[in-house]
Design a protein around this ligand. Structure first.
Ligand code: GTP
Length: 591
């Protein structure tokens, strides 16, 4: 038998899209353990449930498997979702050793399915995909709690084929996401190929298979990570900061290394200086049989990794979900406090320079967001845990560039005074509880902003125009010459230079009037009075002359190459003639 000494229970997180069956799956796994296990076999932790190896082996129904697996069991985090996964972080990585991604086989991939996969890929966490709700496949005859192969065999050929088709849609989607995947019993190398287990979390079909694949993954990938020192000082992650009646602020903690004892001095990450305090009580849930007690918790003197435990201690109010908690001694206290602080600082960003602001509810989600935005080369001015405050709003409003005058909020509230301020300001706020939706929304916003900026450029572009000096309409000879014109094509506008057909630039349009009113521009067909600075009637210009707006070369390039399609027909014609006039002498003009 393999060496089991000091191997801790792997921590498993269940992820997937809303309503695809995460909670049902967890309940089933826990229920399975309770039903099949002897009394007390399953251990309830705070925030997690431990399913011991013997219970799993029983379920698999083959005692010979006992020797194949060396982990002591599996510790399932009770809160499903990638949120718990990202909260449960250890320095620079994920705390969960393994994950289950649940996908409804009938609905296929949804936003949070993609998000779960992205997160797992990033953390390189081994996982299994559960293709759930197979009992909903048309014609399926449920076989309660049977392993997949056994229930599959009992289905008609049609139903089997239907399952395969749906399964291959899931496998195809996984492939699109960069994962080679296969039905788990067809996988020969789990290091290269992802296993997909068809399951009904409702009827329990395929559940034993999920447990077996998890054990297999733990064995293959994690042995090195799972060694711990039972005697060493406890190290864990804060899963949640919770007010409890009579106890004040408490911490739900997942301990992943060492031992934590009542009376231990612990250091916990917070927004300011790390909290240093003494554990007043370690609490575990009461067994069902002990429910007559008033409190739902019972005290224990120590816990050893991996475990979920509630800590009661003074001064926990400012603790951060997702931050580390470490046991310290008098000698190590300063060093450990510095370690914890640097771990928090690694995730937080406060550059003070130009960039967006990110606020998230936990350190883990903040880290994930920062990663996603940095991947897109988006500069970040500030990233920290907490709600969007009035101060944040003011700070963001001082950023001039609209691309960065932005606050991204993940699972956080906007304070009422911040909301009032933001409504009046031009700061753009994005909030969501899906990380990649925030990234997408921001990308969309950037694109819109860029398009608007381009549009502004187009608005300032001098457009082509052609006009004729009307006979009998010379109102003034010079300084400036004032003549009546008809616009033959495009637009004429003030401040544009005008050119004769021979290419000579003769002056600048100083003003345009129609019935005595000043106007900035006039379009095709209009007859207007035009003041031309620099030209004298009878010298450079005369009645019946046809002139063109002298479009600068840079603008002509944009017109011809970038916005030609958006020009009107007469503008196109005018531009074409204008370009041919210019290119008579210089064939490469504006090319
Ligand atoms: N028929 C069938 N229904 C299922 C199965 N698994 C879950 N459901 C149902 O699907 C619905 C959603 O299941 P949940 O377990 O609450 O899903 P979830 O992913 O935990 O959802 P959130 O907690 O909201 O994210 C419930 O009505 C379940 O009863 C299954 O295998 N078969």
């Amino acid at each position: 038998m393999a060496d089991k000494k000091n191997l801790r229970t792997p921590i498993v997180c269940v992820m997937g899209h809303v309503d695809h069956g995460k909670t049902t799956l967890l309940d089933k796994i826990r229920g399975t353990a309770i039903v099949s296990g002897e009394a007390g076999a399953i251990t309830q932790h705070i925030g997690a449930t431990e399913v011991p190896i013997d219970v799993i082996i029983n379920k698999l129904g083959d005692p010979r498997l006992r020797d194949r697996f060396i982990v002591p069991g599996l510790l399932f985090i009770d809160t499903p979702g990638h949120h718990a996964f990202t909260t449960l972080r250890s320095r620079g990585g994920a705390l969960a050793d393994l994950a289950i991604v649940v996908v409804d086989i009938n609905e296929g991939f949804k936003p949070q399915t993609y998000e779960s996969l992205q997160i797992l890929k990033r953390f390189k966490t081994p996982f299994v995909v559960v293709a759930n709700k197979i009992d909903r496949i048309g014609g399926w005859v449920s076989q309660k709690d049977l392993p997949f192969a056994a229930t599959f065999k009992k289905q008609s050929e049609d139903v089997q084929a239907r399952l395969e088709t749906k399964l291959y849609e899931v496998i195809g989607e996984l492939y699109n996401q960069g994962f080679a995947a296969e039905r788990y019993d067809r996988v020969t190398n789990f290091q290269k190929t992802l296993g997909v287990v068809p399951v009904s979390a409702m009827t329990g079909e395929g559940i034993p298979d999920v447990l077996m694949v998890l054990l297999g993954l733990a064995q293959k990938f994690l042995e090195a990570n799972l060694h711990y020192s039972a005697k060493g000082p406890g190290v864990g992650t804060v899963l949640e900061v919770k007010e409890e009646k009579g106890l004040g602020a408490t911490l739900d903690v997942i301990l992943y290394d060492g031992t934590l004892k009542k009376g231990d001095t612990v250091v916990i990450g917070s927004l300011g200086k790390p909290i240093q305090t003494k554990v007043r009580a370690l609490l575990k849930p009461r067994e069902l049989s002990e429910m007559r007690y008033e409190s739902k918790f019972k005290q224990v003197n120590k816990v050893t990794a991996a475990a979920g435990v509630k800590i009661s201690a003074p001064g926990l109010e400012g603790a951060l979900a997702g931050s580390p908690i470490r046991v310290a001694t008098e000698e190590t206290l300063d060093e450990i406090a510095a370690q914890v602080k640097s771990e928090i600082d690694e995730v937080r960003i406060d550059t003070g320079s130009v960039g967006i602001m990110i606020k998230a509810d936990t350190l883990g989600s903040l880290e994930a967001l920062v990663h996603e935005f940095q991947k897109d080369d988006v500069p970040i001015r500030k990233a920290e845990v907490g709600d969007i405050s009035h101060r944040d709003a003011i700070e963001a409003s001082t950023v001039e560039d609209p691309l960065y005058s932005v606050v991204i909020g993940f699972n956080v509230k906007v304070h009422p005074d911040a909301r009032d301020f933001l409504q009046e300001s031009t700061v753009k706020v994005f909030t969501s509880d899906v990380i990649y939706r925030l990234v997408e929304d921001y990308q969309k916003y950037v694109k819109e902003q860029q398009e608007q900026a381009e549009k502004k450029i187009f608005e300032t572009i001098i457009r082509p125009g052609k006009f004729k000096i009307l006979p009998g309409c010379i109102f003034r000879q010079s300084k400036p010459a004032v003549v009546g014109v008809r616009v033959l094509g495009g637009v004429v506008r003030t401040n544009a230079d005008v050119m004769l057909e021979n290419g000579n630039v003769v002056g600048k349009i100083k003003g345009l009037q129609i019935e005595g009113e000043n106007i900035p521009s006039a379009g095709v067909g209009k007859e207007v009075a035009m003041a031309i600075d620099g030209a004298t009637v009878g010298r450079q210009i005369k009645e019946e002359d046809v002139l063109y707006i002298n479009v600068p070369e840079r603008h002509a390039k944009v017109l011809e190459h970038e916005i030609y399609d958006s020009l009107s027909t007469d503008e196109k014609e005018t531009l074409d003639i204008f370009l041919s006039l210019k290119r008579k002498d210089n064939p490469f003009w504006a090319k």
